[in-house]
Design a protein around this ligand. Structure first.
Ligand code: ZN
Ligand code: ZN
Length: 149
């Protein structure tokens, strides 16, 4: 299995927006919710929760897309790749779509969420599965368990 080496760079499909991470993810996730199915044009979305001070846009200016709601979904303004999300009220991390990285082979989802809405055949290697979302307390335990792996 490839391992994550930092800093790691990445970008959107067309390369106009480039980014860099310099911190390890707090948690890795797959989300099966129907919103993620629609926005990702796939069975589920992937997220690596990167501490905000270890996340940097190095080129271009991502724009807000999706529902334009309290959680802000950022896209490349040209190729419209869904690049990352700044979740509502949680400004200490950024949920990066790990396939934006030039070398995403290290990524596996540690948890999966919203399995109640998943496509019948959709499976991931996640260690923990949730029909909806973990509680905030459960998230704390998950982050500790993920860090200790
Ligand atoms: Zn682009
Ligand atoms: Zn989702």
């Amino acid at each position: 299995m490839p391992t994550l080496t930092l800093p790691a760079e990445g970008g959107c499909r067309c390369g106009r927006v480039r980014l860099k991470i310099s911190a390890k993810p707090l948690l890795t996730m797959a989300c099966h919710c129907t919103g993620c199915q629609t926005m990702s044009a796939s069975a589920y979305s992937l997220s690596a929760a990167i501490p905000s001070d270890g996340f940097e846009i190095t080129q271009g200016e991502p724009v807000i897309g999706g529902l334009h709601g309290a959680s802000r979904h950022f896209f490349c303004p040209h190729c419209m790749s869904w690049m990352f999300t700044r979740p509502e009220g949680l400004d200490w991390f950024v949920n990066l779509r790990p396939t934006m990285l030039d070398e995403p082979g290290w990524f596996t989802p540690f948890i999966e969420t919203w399995t109640s809405e998943k496509l019948p055949w959709a499976e991931t290697p996640a260690v923990h599965s949730y029909e909806a979302l973990p509680t905030l307390d459960e998230y704390e335990a998950l982050v500790a368990e993920f860090a200790g792996r």
